[in-house]
Write a protein that binds this ligand. Structure first.
Ligand code: OAD
Length: 232
């Protein structure tokens, strides 16, 4: 079975109603990243940080996977598929993708602010000030903030380096180290990039740019891959 690695960013969830970060109207236009998504922000104003992520969590819980998430899951009928995502939502999993690696954490989990090994699934949308881990420390969102290391990066490198086919969807390729994963994919592996806007990707070898929204672009590509129309 050929290995398909799908590398996703916020754009894959845009048609589910979840805002991207850097598009016009994106989250980083509304919020200053330094106020809500750094360890310094957490030290200075944890209530604001919790409120920002509580809002994100509520939106994710109300959202549904879209056609792109479903099309990616369908690839499993014929391929060994691994999704490597920068997204913190669970829409890939809810669409049925079995192997999903989250580079930037998971919004539906909390973790201890003292012991990163203590991670808890959340049933409600809210983490409150005063919610504590079993060792007595305040719970924080299970999110990788700017300035923190990306614990799943090495695993991401090894997954991407094994790809026979590599699909990039809905990422501005702005944030490192995540964006650097494309450099570990074999030069000869066919690569597809689905995004309705231009993305700086001229250095990526063997790339087909599909200038479409994720739902349409991924449905069509999945159809071709599954029918053997391209490369299967
Ligand atoms: P960005 O907001 O930087 O980029 C979103 C991309 O999605 C852009 O290239 C858009 O053109 C594209 N896009 C918009 N609508 C789309 C649609 N319907 N279908 C397909 N693509 C669409 O988001 P990311 O690249 O994911 O990190 O951002 C990377 C990281 O920066 C995030 O994981 C987050 C953020 O700050 C952390 O919070 C640590």
């Amino acid at each position: 079975m050929k290995k398909v690695v799908v590398f996703t960013g916020a754009g894959v969830s845009a048609e589910s109603g979840i805002k991207t970060f850097r598009d016009s109207g994106g989250l980083w236009e509304e919020y200053n990243v330094h106020d809500v998504a750094t360890p310094e922000a957490w030290a200075k104003n944890p209530a604001l940080v919790l409120r920002f992520y509580n809002e994100r969590r509520k939106q994710v819980m109300e959202a549904q996977p879209n056609e792109a998430h479903h099309a990616i899951a369908r690839l499993q009928e014929k391929f060994d598929v691994c999704v490597v995502t920068q997204n913190i939502d669970d829409l890939h999993e809810r669409a049925g993708s079995k192997n999903v690696l989250h580079l930037h954490g998971e919004i539906l989990k909390a973790r201890s602010s003292a012991d990163p090994g203590l991670i808890y699934p959340l049933k409600s949308w809210e983490i409150k000030l005063g919610d504590r881990c079993e060792k007595g420390s305040q719970l924080r969102p299970h999110i990788v903030w700017f300035g923190e290391s990306v614990p799943n990066y090495e695993l991401g490198v090894s997954i991407c380096s094994m790809a026979d086919i590599f699909i990039i969807i809905g990422t501005s390729l702005n944030v490192y180290p995540a964006a650097g994963l494309v450099n570990y994919v074999k030069a000869e592996a066919p690569k597809f990039l689905i995004d309705p806007n231009d993305v700086p990707a001229s250095q990526i070898e063997n790339l087909t740019f599909i200038k479409e929204k994720a739902g349409k672009g991924m449905s069509e590509l999945a159809g071709k891959l599954l029918s053997g129309g391209v490369l299967a």
